[in-house]
Design a protein around this ligand. Structure first.
Ligand code: AP5
Ligand code: MG
Length: 226
């Protein structure tokens, strides 16, 4: 596949807006890998790498991990063979410095193709994150009320144990929201000005949000490869 054919999508939206849920669904449809900086940090944390230990301090506080390490991590990830057709970015970029760094990384690739933005109220964010559960082995996402597993605490897909993220406490959720409005929300204007932004109502059920997304992709001539 030539470089010009690579497709790069960036998902924007507050914590809990459904970025992980939607990008994982798209990964299957489009055959493009989901690249989530939060998941990459948690992977490093689980394997007790130096990067994981550094990131934990910031994640537990609801603050952004320093740009230098985050940008380097993404740059390395996008060089992996599974990103040969492009990638769906979840949680990156998260401020203007990261956005301009991504533009430079993708400069020879024709840049980004689309930036969906999931809109959800603060009240909904708090409700969603307070009830979120994650499979320890496959990372599948559940919600105790909105999308519960068949058996409490057990993943439907692989029987893995479900856990609650350390940063899904009320204090840290509120700090993450503050950081989002202060540092990440300026990216809405940044991508609007580039003609890449598509704002979607993220408050509907996951399948309905996915339908809206697929329509936005089709409208841009981005079609499933799988
Ligand atoms: P990250 O892991 O990216 O967390 P986040 O942005 O706070 O977003 P979340 O993962 O909490 O929410 P989501 O939008 O993915 O929603 P989800 O689909 O899970 O980052 C964590 C930390 O890492 C940051 O705080 C920072 O420290 C660090 N970090 C990461 N990226 C960084 C960067 N670029 N630079 C610096 N630091 C960085 O859904 C949430 C819940 O709602 C689930 O329970 C789900 O089942 C449910 N749900 C989803 N959709 C719906 C729906 N439509 N209706 C009802 N329920 C729904
Ligand atoms: Mg997520």
């Amino acid at each position: 596949m030539s470089i010009a054919e690579r497709t790069f999508i960036v998902f924007l939206g507050p914590p809990g807006s459904g970025k992980g849920t939607q990008t994982r669904m798209l990964e299957t449809t489009f055959g493009l890998p989901q690249v989530s900086t939060g998941d990459l940090f948690r992977y490093n944390l689980k394997h007790e790498t130096d990067l994981g230990k550094l990131a934990k301090r910031y994640m537990d506080a609801g603050e952004l991990v320093p740009d230098e390490v985050t940008i380097r991590m993404v740059e390395e990830r996008l060089k992996q063979p599974d990103c040969g057709g492009g990638a769906i970015l979840d949680g990156f970029p998260r401020n203007l410095q990261q956005a301009t760094a991504l533009d430079a990384i993708l400069a020879d690739e024709g840049g980004l193709d689309l930036v969906p933005m999931l809109e959800v109220s603060d009240e909904e964010v708090i409700q969603r994150l307070s009830g979120r559960r994650v499979c320890r082995t496959c990372g599948h996402l559940y919600h105790t009320e909105f999308s519960p597993p068949q058996q409490s605490g057990v993943c439907d897909l692989d029987g893995g144990e479900l856990y609650q993220r350390d940063d899904d406490t009320l204090d840290t959720i509120q700090r993450r929201l503050y950081v989002y409005y202060k540092q990440t929300s300026p990216l809405i204007g940044y991508y609007f000005a580039k003609g890449l932004l598509v704002e979607l109502d993220g408050s509907m059920p996951p399948d309905e949000v996915q339908t809206l997304l697929l329509q936005a992709f089709r409208d841009r001539g981005i079609n499933p490869v799988a």
